[in-house]
Design a protein around this ligand. Structure first.
Ligand SMILES: NC(=O)c1ccc[n+]([C@@H]2O[C@H](COP(=O)([O-])OP(=O)(O)OC[C@H]3O[C@@H](n4cnc5c(N)ncnc54)[C@H](O)[C@@H]3O)[C@@H](O)[C@H]2O)c1
Ligand SMILES: O=C(O)C(=O)C[C@@H](O)[C@H](O)[C@H](O)COP(=O)(O)O
Ligand SMILES: [Zn+2]
Length: 359
């Protein structure tokens, strides 16, 4: 078992990474809670809810809330439903919420925890690769039809319990999605690691490599959120690739593309923009090849109208006074935030669309 302590402004919390933790959750809960509400989705429920609930029942009164799997559950409607469940279960201020699932559940349950009774404790139990990112750092949110995560807060969990065995049941599409954020963390931090990842074949990646990459990603994220929890500066770098990614997700409809796939496409666009705007020399060719080899859905770019995507980007949380701010790379592991002219964004997006469709 590996434990990484995150030093947050409100409290320190541990990210515990290990095997079979789903059957040992009770042992990992330090406080004496009156009751626990486990929030999960209906896919994760079939795999892991029984084990987690059985472990908790040894010591606690346990309630459950199950929402439909998929990004469309990160909504106002589902937020209200889960709050109703909190009320129905009579959770009090000494109750605990457990978010059992991927980033969708982590964000939704975390937002519920941050607002119910003005805030109750919650634990993140990530079950996807992507959630190595979402379970750390305390950003919790739900989506609005206009833009991703428009309603949310910063609210740190009391613990993150990452049972690494749960990722065994992930389909290939979710491994692909997870690697979108893993490679983002590599681009932000380490050229050598980035090169290693560009060799990864998503269909054949080993368990050992997955564990190493996840743990590494958690360390990168931890270091950044510890320095700038509320995203006044440095934390913006974690948004690398997200200005386009979030615009694509909202445009296609939440859940039509995975978050990590959208981020991967956003990273490619970020690279092209970085070359153009800051004269960076980046492994664009290698990254494009890697995306193609691993079946990231680059072809959907051709379905997007560039001007309209710029309109979508105005909902990005880095947008100030209608100016779009991009996280760009001067080189691998050296990011900056720059205002990019809307005409330039349209031009570069059109060029990228033409390139990937082979025009
Ligand atoms: N808060 C943050 O800092 C942060 C960071 C990154 C992403 N996010 C958010 O995270 C969300 C994406 O998270 P995600 O990719 O984990 O998606 P997700 O939670 O929707 O999970 C993806 C799919 O995998 C299924 N699943 C989950 N665990 C499984 C398992 N172990 N075995 C089999 N199936 C499993 C789910 O039911 C779902 O169908 C987005 O909403 C994104 O905005 C938040
Ligand atoms: O933790 C952060 O900060 C991030 O930006 C991580 C992103 O991977 C994540 O998708 C986050 O939810 C995006 O935040 P937002 O503020 O752009 O909604
Ligand atoms: Zn993300």
């Amino acid at each position: 078992m590996v434990s990484v302590t995150i030093h947050a402004t409100t409290h320190d919390y541990d990210v515990v990474i290990g095997k079979d933790l789903r059957n040992k959750v009770t042992e990992l809960i330090d406080s004496d809670y009156t009751s626990i509400l486990v929030i999960t989705d209906d896919k994760v429920e079939t795999h892991y809810l029984n084990e987690v609930a059985s472990s908790l029942k040894e010591n606690f009164e346990v309630h459950t809330a199950i929402v439909p799997a998929g990004e469309s559950s990160k909504s106002m409607r589902m937020y209200e439903k889960v709050l109703d469940r909190c009320v129905e279960a009579r959770l009090d201020r000494q109750s605990l919420i457990i978010a059992l699932g991927g980033g969708m559940i982590g964000d939704l349950a975390g937002y519920v925890a941050s607002t119910y009774l003005r805030g109750v404790d919650y634990i993140q139990m990530p079950t996807t690769i992507l959630a190595h990112d979402s379970s750390v750092g305390g950003k919790v949110a739900i989506n609005h039809p206009n833009g991703k995560n428009l309603i949310g807060s910063f609210y740190n969990p009391t613990k993150v319990i990452y049972d690494i065995e749960t990722i065994d049941t992930l389909p290939e599409s979710e491994i692909r999605s997870g690697y979108g954020e893993v490679i983002k963390h590599a681009f932000l931090s380490d050229e050598g690691w980035s090169k290693t990842l560009l060799e990864v074949d998503i269909q054949r990646v080993t368990k050992e490599q997955l564990e190493t990459d996840l743990t590494r990603g958690i360390h990168v994220k931890a270091s950044i959120v510890e320095q700038d929890e509320r995203e006044t500066g440095l934390r913006k770098h974690l948004n690398l690739g997200h200005t386009l990614a979030h615009a694509i997700e909202a445009e296609l409809g939440y859940g039509e593309i995975t978050h990590g796939e959208a981020v991967a496409i956003g990273l490619l666009f970020m690279m092209k923009l970085s070359e153009e705007v800051v004269g960076a020399e980046l492994p664009v060719k290698e990254f494009t090849e890697w995306l193609k080899k691993n079946n990231y859905p680059l072809s959907l770019l051709s379905t997007l109208d560039s001007e309209h995507m710029v309109e979508r980007m105005l909902w990005d949380k880095k947008t100030v006074g209608q100016e779009i701010n991009f996280v760009l790379l001067k080189k691998i592991s050296d990011a900056c935030v720059l205002n990019v002219d809307k005409k330039e964004i349209v031009k570069q997006l059109n060029l990228l669309k033409a390139e990937v469709s082979g025009e």
